[in-house]
Design a protein around this ligand. Structure first.
Ligand SMILES: Nc1ncnc2c1ncn2[C@@H]1O[C@H](COP(=O)(O)OP(=O)(O)OP(=O)(O)O)[C@@H](O)[C@H]1O
Ligand SMILES: [Mg+2]
Length: 345
């Protein structure tokens, strides 16, 4: 089937679950057409590389069938280890010299980068009167990119685009918070990775993927309580459902404290190196963002306002087709998939 308006199916292949979002453009608005999530067997994706491609393909295929999705064109985004993100300041130079400098900066980051990564860069607004220009370098491991794209072809989809999770966050933010100005951080706290994007008056000025997430909390439960991964995930769910267990709550607190300090340290690094201003506003999303206490602790540790990033704030949906409670429950996990679905091929 051909989708109207060139809509594409957004697929977020996370290590904990696969999520899909399909949108329809109606006039100047977006309408939710389908959305869903399915857990992925642990170990299928490790350090954001696809280890068990059959399992990932099977799981995605089932999700698409269950949701009755008929889209052909699909897109994904990636993050974590297979991605390099670096902001550098360089003297003003010609385009040819800039390209050479960027190659060199990449090699400093990873000696194999030039052969194994495809890369691109974005010049951040060159301020008049400044000697230096700021550049955001982005690179993606070619083999990993190919593996992700082949998941789409395995399930009969036509891959039209691959992006980075941080830019999917930016897309979802732009559509849902168009009135927003100033300096703020978007933070997606997943299972294995936490994506950080700092936006200044609508422009991305800093990006980083931290190798931390809800898996650390799950692993604490596994270690301390002697449970399996599935049992530990179950315990996390029960806690969310209001079942309290002081021992588990303590582990949750440890995790929340530790990740809040990781986030604070990256925001401090940004302020110290790239900005005269401190980040005072944070919007969080991702499966681990709604852990009870996350918002308050992060707000205290980072001395910032912390809000929840809502991917459907400006996206309409039919309450007959989607239970509002389900949408509100699942929405923090849907930021990346929605951001991908918002992209134009
Ligand atoms: N409501 C919730 N409250 C707290 N933790 C949750 C909730 N829902 C999911 N989680 C946890 O969030 C994590 C999954 O988040 P998410 O779906 O964003 O990760 P992912 O995209 O699959 O993984 P990755 O980090 O590899 O991208 C898991 O650790 C899971 O236990
Ligand atoms: Mg994720």
């Amino acid at each position: 089937m051909l989708l109207g308006n060139g809509a594409i199916l957004g697929i977020d292949i996370g290590s904990n679950s696969i999520k899909v979002v399909e949108l329809e453009e109606v006039g100047t608005n977006y309408q939710l057409k389908s959305l869903g999530e399915v857990p992925l067997a642990r170990g299928s994706i490790v350090d954001k590389a696809i280890v068990n491609s059959d399992e990932v393909s099977r799981t995605l295929s089932k999700l698409i069938d269950d949701l009755g999705i008929e889209a052909d064109d699909a897109a994904i985004s990636i993050s974590g280890d297979p991605v390099l993100l670096k902001r550098v300041s360089l003297p003003h130079m010609s385009d040819a010299e800039l390209k050479k400098s960027i190659k060199w900066e990449l090699e400093k980051l990873n000696t194999q980068a030039i052969n194994e990564f495809s890369y691109d860069y974005q010049v951040l607004s060159a301020q008049a009167g400044k000697d230096m220009i700021d550049v955001l370098i982005v690179a993606a491991n070619k083999n990993v990119t190919r593996d992700y794209l082949s998941i789409l072809t395995n399930v009969g989809l036509n891959p039209v685009l691959i992006d980075l999770d941080v830019f999917s966050l930016q897309s979802v933010y732009e559509v849902n918070y168009p009135e927003s100005t100033g300096l703020l951080a978007l933070i997606n706290i997943g299972a294995s990775v936490t994506n950080v994007l700092i936006i200044d008056n609508g422009e991305s000025v800093f990006a980083k993927d931290l190798p931390v997430g809800g898996d650390q909390y799950t692993d604490l439960i596994i270690d301390k309580m002697g449970l399996t991964y599935d049992e530990a995930e179950e315990v996390k769910h029960n806690l969310r459902a209001g079942l309290t267990d002081p021992a588990i709550e303590e582990l949750a607190d440890n995790f929340i404290q530790s990740i809040s300090y990781e986030i604070k340290s990256i925001l401090d690094h940004f302020s110290a190196t790239h900005s005269s201003e401190k980040v005072k506003r944070i919007m969080i999303g991702g499966g681990s963002a709604t852990l009870p206490g996350m918002n308050n602790t992060l707000s205290t540790v980072a001395q910032s306002y912390v809000g929840i990033l809502n991917p459907f704030r400006n996206i309409d949906y039919s309450e007959a087709a989607f239970d509002p409670e389900y949408i509100s429950d699942i929405s923090p996990k849907m930021n990346i998939a929605t951001g991908i679905a918002l992209r134009k091929p």
